[in-house]
Design a protein around this ligand. Structure first.
Ligand code: C2E
Ligand code: CA
Ligand code: CA
Ligand code: CA
Length: 278
């Protein structure tokens, strides 16, 4: 009866089985994606709320698999993190983003910096600052052209090691931002310890500005805190001009979201930056 039970568990949980099969298939395909040229970066502008001037872009990874189609990062970043593939992938993203910045710089495309997302596994490598330094050297990009976006969970994992890593990055001159700010825990303690320049206010709060007093209170608090600590705030996921105006009134400096521009392939983003930057 036991054996039968186990067999039926396997047979009658097709959802579970197919999910693990999908993860397995994704992992196999992802491990070849770089060499096969299936990965690319899209870039989403960040603008100054007062006048809409573009200040930089965030690099967002895209995977176009020939059979699976466009696989969203929400699905494959997790797989890459669990399998360690995020290390080579992260290196690729960093180098690609810096190359793009250098190319735009040479072409006179107005883009002060490119922000790159950093995963926990990447950040935890002992030689992460060294890898960043090597990528800057290989591409010829100055440190101030880069911004690394760290989530609170990246900083929370091993606070002592994280402090050493952020200090080393600061010594290189690389600006740091805290991504999805307000969704992690112990945010306030980390702010005092880590040398960050920007807070990205999570989309979940931004979405409710103008219709939910609690979300507005949180945005007000983050903006006031940032101001006191000398940090800039970037509102993420701003979807309409009304939200942008409300966020500006509440003390946010920068914004990113569909209200201004979607993540775009490099050429499209360059045109956007040239037009908006005039
Ligand atoms: P994130 O870092 O919070 O990136 C912002 C996400 O919000 C992006 O989703 C972007 O396309 C989306 N977004 C931008 N504006 C709006 C808006 O107005 N409304 C809405 N609803 N969404 C908006 P995307 O590109 O699907 O990326 C999802 C997540 O995947 C990212 O969240 C980030 O955590 C991760 N990710 C993407 N690229 C990389 C990468 O190169 N490395 C690592 N480690 N993670 C990455
Ligand atoms: Ca981000
Ligand atoms: Ca974010
Ligand atoms: Ca996010």
């Amino acid at each position: 009866a036991k054996a039968a039970g186990r067999r039926s568990w396997r047979v009658y949980n097709p959802a579970l089985q197919s999910r693990s099969e999908r993860v397995h298939a994704l992992h196999r395909a992802l491990s070849q994606a770089v060499q096969r040229g299936e990965l690319s970066l899209h870039y989403q502008p960040q603008v100054r709320l007062t006048d809409g001037a573009p200040l930089g872009v965030e690099a967002l990874l895209r995977w176009h698999h020939p059979r699976l189609g466009v696989v969203p990062p929400a699905e494959f970043i997790g797989v890459a993190e669990d399998s360690g593939l995020i290390i080579p992938l992260g290196d690729w993203v960093l180098e690609q983003a810096l190359r793009q910045w250098v190319q735009w710089h040479d072409q006179g495309v107005p883009c002060a910096r490119v922000a790159v997302n950093v995963s926990v596994a990447q950040f935890r490598q002992g030689d992460f600052p060294h890898r960043v330094q090597a990528a800057l050297r290989r591409t010829g990009a100055p440190a101030h052209a880069l911004e690394l976006e760290l989530t609170e969970s990246v900083l929370a994992h091993d606070a002592e090691a994280a402090l050493a890593t952020t200090e080393a990055l600061r010594a290189l001159g690389v600006p740091l931002a805290i991504d999805d700010f307000g969704t992690g825990y112990s945010s306030l303690a980390y702010l005092r310890r880590f040398a960050v320049q920007r807070l990205k206010i999570d989309r979940s709060f931004v979405a409710d500005v103008g219709r939910d007093g609690d979300a507005e209170a949180i945005v007000d608090l983050i903006a006031a805190l940032a101001q006191r600590l000398g940090l800039q705030t970037v509102a993420e996921g701003v979807e309409n001009p009304t939200q942008g105006a409300l966020l500006l009134a509440r003390g946010c400096q920068l914004a990113q979201g569909y209200a201004y521009a979607r993540p775009m392939p490099p050429d499209e983003c360059a045109s956007w930056l040239r037009t908006a930057g005039r």
